[in-house]
Every structure is written in structure tokens, then in C-alpha cells.
Design a protein around this ligand. Structure first.
Ligand code: ARG
Length: 475
């Protein structure tokens, strides 16, 4: 046996055989068994699987589909399986294919054949659809709260550095002076939109698929609304065929995550540039940088580069799922088992990247002198000079070419050190833009204030949620 020590069991075992018992003449080819199995990754859904089963069970009992006594036995058995998994006492088996059969089999080991009643009026197709929705529902909220943390860190940093003036760029060429805080609050806006997108998608994902069974529903007198309410879903899915085939909510999660990563990657790229000797605008905290194995002077912005690099992974996860879904006929197809790894990968990557950015950001030190020096490049006053001419009655296009010609002739900037006209200072320039969304102190402070109100309202909402569920409020 190879080094991993993983036991490969023969595949004539109980439930696997249970599924195959009637129809098949023997076990799976071991090669196919490994290919077919998803337990190595879908074990991450064990909690959702058990919670979903308990809700299903309660409904079956309420509707008289199984007896109260059987329901009690099964529920205790499930609780037992849950603690066994949580305490690492349950060995997941590849020959049992996936998390659903592994749990069903563990239940049977504990309570015997009555375990088989749990799967009444249910299929693995609606079961896995439910598990994924329960799982992602939690992850939508997790990423939202990661985003809130990063937004709060950005707002703190903006406010603490409100007086720093730096060059704003277009085409990565010096364009016009801005406040650093304004630049940072631009990222606040991006993450704020991301937060909203996750919330919107969560609203659409809030649909309970169980009861769709394999694809056509069930002949038992189930009450899907009960299951939905036990599991805190607002509604049940409207079409059984759609419910078992639909992974739109997962694709949305991956798209929303891709947007977050894209925004993070842009921020990461700016930090890589700003922390270079060429810019010298900031230094990144040592704790988030690494050294070179050969060049003793190096302090490399690896955290930023990794965030930038991992963005590609998450895009890949999105494309992977979209491609899996493309051209699938209704209803369930085994291709759908391929949905999980991209989802898990994106969850880990977006969560990890947000945590790293939020963890690193407070430790960034900005070099105000260096930034102001760069912002004092006289050519950056060109637009304001043109505006000055416009105020004297010159049409803007004419003013634009006049100032352009002055720059070309070297009478503004050009390193000659003598200017024919007095130039506005960087501070005057940023202060001249007082409108909403502008660079003036007043405008940027307004952005900070709006951000704080948003953060306050939503951190309260987050803390209120578990209290509301428990039915009790702290006095
Ligand atoms: N492991 C399967 C998946 O992840 C569960 C559903 C299996 N359904 C089936 N008809 N084979 O998609």
C-alpha cells in the first residue's frame, strides 16, 4: 500500500451494496469506484447533510409518514453520527461514494435497518441541492462579514491619513493630485458593491429544494413548507426539475467572489507598486512580507502578489462551474458532482484573501512627504490652469491647447524651475473640488461619515442575527 495509508475497501459493503443490491450483479470496478466517489471533498457538507436530514425527518413524522418512535430512534442516531464526525471518530469510506451514503451507513451501523426509513420521499439529488444551499448560505454571510471588516479597516486608514496628498493617475501617468483617503475610499465603494451583490444573491439562493426527490417529486404527502421553515428558508422551490438541476446560486457565488478577487487584486497591485523603491509611497508590515533566499536586502510584497495571483484561481472556479452546467439536459446529471471542488476552492480563497488584506492593511505606513513631493509635480496643475483661463472667458478647448503648448515649451514644469505663472499648490487643487464625490476635505470626510453609518448599521444587524434565532434578547 502506498504512503498515504488510506485503506481501500472492497466495494461489496453494506449501503453501497444497498443501492446496488437489486439491480447490479456485483461490485464496482475499483478503478471506477475511485473515479465515481466524491467523499474526499464532499465530506465538507456533513453538517448540512445532517441538519437537512433532521428537518426532513421532523416533517415525515409530523405528516405521519414515519412513526414517532422511528423518528426518535433516527434522530438520536443522527445526533450520534454528528458527534462521531465532529470528534473525528468516523472514518469516511470511499467505497460509500459520497457524504450522503457515508452518513446513512454510519446511521445504520448505530440503529440498524430503521435507518433506511430516513430516505423516504427523498433522493440524493434533492439532498445534495439542499446541502449546497445550506452550505453556501452560510458562506454568503461569511464573505459579507469579511467584506465589512475590510471596509472598516479601509475607512480607518482613510480617516487617519486624511491630510496626505498624492498624485492621482490615469494610464499610470501623473494626472491630478488627490487625497490618499479619497483613493482608499474608492476601494470602499468597490467592496460595498460586492457586499450588496452577495446579499442579492443570498436572497435568490433562499429557496428550499427538498421534496423534489429524484426529479419529479414524491407520492408521499409531504409538506415542503415545514422543512423550509425548520431550516429557516423563506420559500420552497417552485419546480422539482429545476430544483435538482439548478446551480445558479453557486455560479452567482463564484461570480461575486470573482468580483471581490478582482477588486482585491487591483488594490494588491497598487500596494506592490507603492511599496517599490520607485514609488516609495508606503511600506508594508514586515509580518506580511517575505525575504529572498539570496538577496539580503529584499522585502517582498508576497501577500499582495498571492492575492493578485489567486484571483486567477477564482475566475477558473467560475469558468469551471459554468462550463460544467453548459449543455446539461434536465434534470440531475452526475456532471453536477463536479460543482463542489470549485465552490470549496473559491470559498477558501476569497475568505483567505479578504482576511489577509484586512489583517495587513492596518500595518501599512504611508510616506506623506514622498507622496506630496510626487503630487507637487507642476505639470499636474495643467487642468486647473486651463480652468483658470476658462473662468476668464476662454473656451475650454482653447484653454486646453494653450496650457498644452506651455507644457510643451517647458514654461510649466520641464525642470527649469522658473514658471511664468503662479501655480496652485496640490492642496489648493484638491480643495477646489468640493462637490459630492470630490477630493476636498469636506467631500472625503462626507464619504467617511457615510461609510461609518453603513458599517455601524450592518455590524449591528450581524450581531442581532444569532440572538433573534435563539429567541432571546440580552437585556
Ligand atoms: N455525490 C452526488 C453529487 O454530488 C450526489 C447526488 C448523486 N445522485 C445520483 N443520482 N447519483 O452530485
Amino acid at each position: 500500500m502506498s504512503g498515504g495509508g488510506k485503506k481501500v475497501r472492497r466495494n461489496n459493503s453494506a449501503t453501497s451494496a444497498g443501492i446496488r443490491k437489486g439491480r447490479f450483479s456485483g461490485g464496482m470496478d475499483p478503478l471506477f469506484a475511485g473515479f465515481n466517489a466524491s467523499i474526499s471533498f464532499d465530506k465538507r457538507l456533513f453538517f448540512q447533510d445532517i441538519v437537512g436530514s433532521v428537518a426532513h425527518l421532523k416533517m415525515l413524522r409530523r405528516r405521519g409518514i414515519i412513526s414517532a418512535e422511528d423518528a426518535r430512534t433516527i434522530e438520536e442516531g443522527l445526533a450520534d453520527v454528528l458527534s462521531a464526525i465532529e470528534e473525528g471518530r468516523l472514518d469516511f469510506r470511499e467505497d460509500l461514494e459520497d457524504v450522503h451514503i457515508n452518513i446513512e451507513e454510519a446511521l445504520k451501523e448505530r440503529i440498524g435497518e430503521v435507518a433506511g426509513k430516513l430516505h423516504t420521499a427523498r433522493s440524493r439529488n434533492d439532498q445534495v441541492a439542499l446541502d449546497l444551499r445550506l452550505y453556501l448560505r452560510e458562506k454568503f454571510r461569511m464573505v459579507q462579514s469579511d467584506l465589512l471588516r475590510l471596509m472598516s479597516v479601509l475607512t480607518d486608514k482613510a480617516e487617519a491619513n486624511i491630510d496626505i496628498i498624492m498624485p492621482g493617475y490615469t494610464h499610470l501617468q501623473r494626472a491630478q493630485p488627490v487625497r490618499l483617503a479619497h483613493h482608499l475610499m474608492a476601494y470602499f465603494q468597490m467592496f460595498h458593491r460586492d457586499w450588496g451583490r452577495f446579499g442579492d444573491a443570498l436572497g435568490r439562493a433562499d429557496e428550499m429544494p427538498l421534496g423534489s426527490a429524484a426529479l419529479a417529486g414524491t407520492t408521499f404527502p409531504i409538506k415542503r413548507e415545514d422543512v423550509a421553515s425548520f431550516l429557516d428558508f423563506s420559500r420552497v422551490s417552485a419546480n422539482s426539475m429545476d430544483a435538482v438541476s439548478d446551480r445558479d446560486f453557486a455560479a452567482e457565488f463564484l461570480f461575486d467572489s470573482s468580483m471581490v478577487m478582482m477588486h482585491l487584486s487591483r488594490l494588491a497591485e497598487e500596494l506592490v507598486l507603492w511599496s517599490s523603491s520607485e514609488f516609495g509611497f508606503c511600506s508594508l508590515p514586515d509580518a506580511f512580507c517575505s525575504g529572498s533566499s539570496i538577496m539580503p536586502q529584499k522585502k517582498n510584497p508576497d501577500a499582495c502578489e498571492l492575492i493578485r495571483g489567486k484571483t486567477g484561481r477564482v475566475y477558473g472556479d467560475l469558468i469551471s462551474l459554468l462550463t460544467t452546467l453548459k449543455g446539461l439536459p434536465l434534470a440531475y446529471n452526475k456532471d453536477l458532482q463536479e460543482d463542489k471542488e470549485p465552490i470549496f476552492d473559491a470559498v477558501d480563497t476569497v475568505h483567505g484573501s479578504l482576511e489577509i488584506m484586512a489583517g495587513m492593511f492596518p500595518g501599512i505606513e504611508f510616506n506623506a512627504d514622498r507622496m506630496l513631493e510626487a503630487a507637487s509635480d507642476p505639470s499636474m496643475a495643467a487642468t486647473d490652469l486651463a480652468d483658470r483661463l476658462v473662468r476668464e472667458g476662454v473656451p475650454f478647448r482653447e484653454a486646453h491647447s494653450k496650457v498644452g503648448a506651455m507644457i510643451r515649451a517647458g514654461s510649466i514644469g520641464g525642470g527649469k524651475g522658473k514658471h511664468e505663472i503662479t501655480l496652485p499648490s496640490p492642496e489648493e487643487m484638491v480643495e477646489a473640488r468640493k462637490h459630492t464625490g470630490g477630493t476636498a476635505l469636506r467631500s472625503v470626510l462626507e464619504q467617511v461619515k457615510t461609510a461609518r453609518t453603513f458599517l455601524l448599521e450592518n455590524s449591528n444587524a450581524r450581531e442581532a442575527r444569532p440572538q433573534k434565532r435563539g429567541g432571546k434578547k440580552k437585556g
